[in-house]
Structure formats: C-alpha cells, structure tokens
Write a new protein. Structure first.
Length: 271
C-alpha cells in the first residue's frame, strides 16, 4: 500500500506550481532614473525652479506629513476616488452583465454606451459644472465616469467571449441559470473583469487629478494648484509622486487579488 501511494504523492508534489518570488530586478530601472535625476539636479543640469531633485521633494513630503497637511489632503482625495470608483464600478458591472447576458439588455444598453464612449469624459467638465455644480458631486461624477467605461466594456467582452459550448454542456448536465452563471460565466469572465478593474482604477485616478483642480479647497490636486500659485515646484512634483504612488499601490493590490482569485489559470511566464 505504501509503495503504491508514495509515487502518487511524489508526482503530486512535483506537479505543484512553483511559488512566485518577488522580482527585485523590477526596482532597478526606477531607482536608476531617480539617481540620474538627483545627479543632474545637483550638477545644475536641471534647474531647481523647474524640476527639484528627488531628495528635495522627499524633504518637502516629510515636512508636510509631519504637520498633517499631506495626510488631510490625501484622505480627502482617497475618499473621492473610492466613492466615485464604487459608483462607476457597480453601474458598469450591472449594465455590462445585463448587456452581456440578455439580448434585450444588449439592444437597450450597449448602443447608447457605445455612443457615449466616443466622448472624452474629461471634456464633459463644463457640462458637469452646469448639471451638478462645482462641489464634491462634480468631482465624484467625473471619477465615476472615468471608471465606468473600461469596466463596462471588459465585463461585456468577458461574458461574450465565453465559449457557448461550455454553457450548453452545463445546461445538459442539469445546471440552472444561476448555477451556469456561477460555475461557467463568472469564472470565464473573471480575467476580463480584473483587466477592466485595473483600467478603471487608472482612469479614476486620472479623472481625480482633473477634478481636484477645479474649484477645490482640499485634496492633493488643490495642494498642487495652491503650490503653483506660489511657484512651489517641489510641492507640485510631490503631488505627482503621490498620485503615481497611489496608482501603483492600487494596481499592486489588485494584482495580488487577481493572482489568488485566478490561481487555477496558468498563463505564459516571461523567460
């Protein structure tokens, strides 16, 4: 009995996928760029009034973090981004699922959405100001619009790209509508959903940058606009760094969630 089980155990262990390791090599190019930037600034090749050195920006960030200014503005920006992303994301998932699963939903929902996507949502700022004013509603609406379209189209495409033979096989096996959606449609559409989420988060941050520079009294965008009035280039660059860090961190968290949710998928690995 033991002699039979041992090879099976060994084969199972051998077939287990290797754990992913942190690739520190990905940090080489960003660190190299920052080092060259620092050297060029210290050597006078780049004017401090035009583009301050990374060390200067870091000192400014530490000063604003100590007195609480950076934290307060960061919290306001995160609140706007999360609310807008939640509103736009829920609408995109609901409408994309209805349009992808139902022919009537496809006929009613997809044509107007296809028409609306041709309009750059950032160009709608003047119209949004007329509709909802220049307060928080405009900024959250802008973020929601930025997040809506990427997630909607990837949800729709993810559902429509599922092999119909799999759905028919599930129906033949006696699975009901909700069971087919749970066991066939959802797993098949998940890769596209995660791609849509990543694109939606990027569009949400981009929309927030524009929204917070329109009659705002708080947020990272306001901090940058106020610094521009006083020619504080280091604060402006710090704001850009904060936006970039927020986008990178959110994408990293989503990658981790995607890796766990799609652990069954074995994609091509870079060599």
């Amino acid at each position: 009995m033991t002699l039979v089980a041992a090879p099976e155990i060994a084969e199972t262990v051998k077939a287990a996928p290797p754990r992913r390791r942190i690739r520190w090599q990905r940090l080489v190019s960003p660190v190299l760029i920052l080092a060259l930037w620092e050297i060029a600034s210290r050597a006078g090749l780049i004017g401090e009034d035009k583009l301050p050195a990374p060390s200067t920006v870091l000192q400014t960030g530490w000063r604003l973090a100590r007195d609480g200014t950076l934290g307060d503005h960061l919290l306001d920006s995160l609140t706007r981004a999360l609310i807008g992303l939640a509103i736009g994301g829920v609408l995109a998932l609901v409408l994309g699922s209805v349009a992808g699963l139902l022919r009537a939903g496809d006929d009613a929902i997809d044509p107007p959405v296809q028409m609306a996507r041709m309009l750059p949502h950032l160009a709608l700022v003047p119209l949004l100001i007329i509709w909802v004013g220049i307060g928080e509603s405009m900024k959250i609406t802008l973020v929601a619009l930025g997040a809506f379209f990427p997630l909607y189209f990837n949800t729709y495409a993810g559902i429509r790209d599922i092999d119909e033979r799999l759905v028919e096989a599930a129906r033949t096996c006696g699975l009901g509508t909700w069971q087919r959606i749970r066991h066939v449609v959802l797993p098949g559409a998940l890769p596209s959903l995660f791609l849509g989420l990543r694109l939606a988060i990027g569009a949400a941050w981009l929309s927030l940058v524009v929204g917070e520079q329109t009659n705002t009294q708080n947020g990272i965008g306001f901090l940058m606009m106020e610094a521009r009035e006083f020619s504080q280039t280091d604060v402006v660059v710090l704001g850009l760094f904060v936006y970039a860090a927020l986008g990178l961190l959110s994408d990293l968290l989503l990658r981790i969630l995607e890796r766990r949710a799609l652990a069954w998928r074995r994609g091509l690995q870079a060599t």
